[in-house]
Design a protein around this ligand. Structure first.
Ligand SMILES: Cc1cc2nc3c(=O)[nH]c(=O)nc-3n(C[C@H](O)[C@H](O)[C@H](O)COP(=O)(O)OP(=O)(O)OC[C@H]3O[C@@H](n4cnc5c(N)ncnc54)[C@H](O)[C@@H]3O)c2cc1C
Length: 415
């Protein structure tokens, strides 16, 4: 059995970052083994940002995430935030980084650049890779850890970093393995079940499928029918299956999924045009004057897509063929209110194959500031395997880098 100063389980975003940082901090003295079940590293990283890799966000603060321990999250992000990550990418890995309104990308806008830069740096620094065989079992040997792979090979270390990710896009290798790998080592109470977090929502609302292909910029709010529990702004996209997606929908999807799982009916209130109700009423009223002889969708042409107008008319019990001039003020107000705040019942959410991130994993409160499991010296957990999930916009990769940096500092100070 071969021994290493550090073994990293998972060659995804957080695993590759941790390996690079340990090597940097120990000036290449630490022997590091990266194990990944795939035959190449960074398979999920390659998909990020639609292949462009939105690698961080200048506003990556704890309020952009869900976790069981916001204070610990804030501390970790404060110790190694977006500027530290960008500096590491530029100075150590040689990735030129650009900012688009505070969202950071590699200057090439290619995720493959990031993966190649990790690979070059790690291979040149003597990091060892064992690819193509998954870890099947971890043994705590009291002061050291033994990992057994599916191909029967085994490796030993004093520092084991688990960076096996969450449970979404399982085709990339992230299958929620942390739960089984750490069974018997991590207390059941320290684990939160994985759930899709950034995903699409589905509705069975009558006629909604007719909106397929509609994209509108506006605001979405999540409610149980009484209280608004979350909100976001951006593009809302309707699909032919009755799905609602877009970055702002994904942002509120985790809470909507949790409500559904608890048997609470969620509603998404969509502001379809992003205009204030008073302003929109005035615009519609003007059109009643100007284009009163047209039917309603005809009069509102240029203000909103025809199918959207027909849908809202039917929803409000107004025949779309009605002449615009025949609409009374009350109907005008009702139409305006629906466009500004369409209340869509949520009946389901996209599963692990559709979600970008999962919530759940090992509780953040169960690890210390170095991401070391409190009761097991030398056992670190980082990235999506921890119970931290962020909004869209580079926050999740920033968490991968921040948690990896914390563990790397812990390991480097002990080898
Ligand atoms: C389509 C898509 C787009 C995204 N876009 C963005 C974006 O633009 N910005 C952003 O911030 N976030 C984005 N994310 C989220 C981001 O990719 C993840 O949060 C991040 O990759 C998590 O890093 P990780 O290292 O924890 O896990 P992963 O990157 O998932 O890596 C885990 C690795 O562990 C390996 N592994 C798992 N189990 C085992 C085992 N038993 N043995 C050996 N190896 C194992 C896997 O093969 C995998 O390589 C996106 C996600 C998706 C799916």
């Amino acid at each position: 059995m071969t021994g290493y100063d550090c073994i990293i389980l998972g060659g995804g975003a957080s695993g590759l970052f941790a390996a690079s940082m340990i090597i940097k901090l120990t000036s290449g003295k630490a022997s590091v083994l990266v194990i990944d079940g795939n035959d190449r590293c960074g398979k999920k990283l390659a998909l990020t940002g639609s292949g462009r890799c939105n690698l961080s966000n200048k506003n990556a603060t704890a309020d952009k995430y869900h976790t069981d321990d916001p204070a610990a999250l804030e501390k970790c992000l404060g110790s190694f935030g977006s500027s530290d990550a960008v500096a590491f990418f530029e100075d150590t890995l040689g990735v030129a980084v650009v900012s688009d309104d505070g969202l950071f990308y590699p200057a090439t806008y290619k995720a493959s650049t990031v993966i190649d830069s990790f690979r070059f740096y790690l291979e040149e620094s003597g990091c060892i890779f064992k690819l193509g065989s998954k870890c099947a079992k971890i043994f705590d040997k009291g002061g050291s850890y033994e990992v057994i792979l599916e191909d029967g090979s085994s490796y030993k270390t004093r520092h084991l970093i688990c960076a096996t990710g969450g449970c979404t896009y399982p085709s990339t290798g992230s299958t929620g393995a942390i739960k089984t790998l750490l069974k018997g080592i991590v207390a059941q109470d320290d684990l939160v079940g994985f759930k899709p977090a950034l995903t699409s929502l589905n509705s069975k609302m009558a006629g909604i499928k007719a909106l397929a292909g509609i994209r509108c910029r506006g605001k979405v709010e999540l409610t149980d029918g009484k209280t608004v529990t979350d909100s976001s702004e951006g593009e809302v996209i309707f699909s032919k299956e009755g799905g609602i997606s877009g970055i702002c929908v994904m942002d509120i999807s985790g809470k909507a999924a949790a409500m559904l799982d608890k048997g609470i009916k969620p509603y998404v209130i969509v502001d379809l045009l992003g205009a204030s109700s008073a302003k929109l009423y005035k615009m519609i009223e003007d059109r009643r004057l100007k284009f009163g002889t047209r039917n309603v969708p005809g009069a509102l042409t240029g203000l909103m897509p025809r199918v959207l107008c027909e849908f809202v008319c039917r929803y409000k019990g107004i025949d779309p063929e009605t002449k615009m001039s025949e609409l009374g003020d009350k109907e005008l107000k009702s139409l305006t209110d629906s466009v500004c705040a369409l209340k869509i019942p949520v009946d389901g959410y996209g599963g692990a194959d559709k979600a970008q991130v999962s919530s759940g994993g090992v509780k953040l409160s169960a690890v210390n500031g170095s991401m070391q499991y409190r009761s097991h010296k030398g056992l670190y957990i980082i990235g999506e395997a921890l119970n931290v999930d962020g909004r869209c916009g580079g926050y999740n990769l920033q968490w991968a880098w921040s948690s990896a940096a914390a563990a790397a500092k812990g390991v480097a100070s002990d080898v």
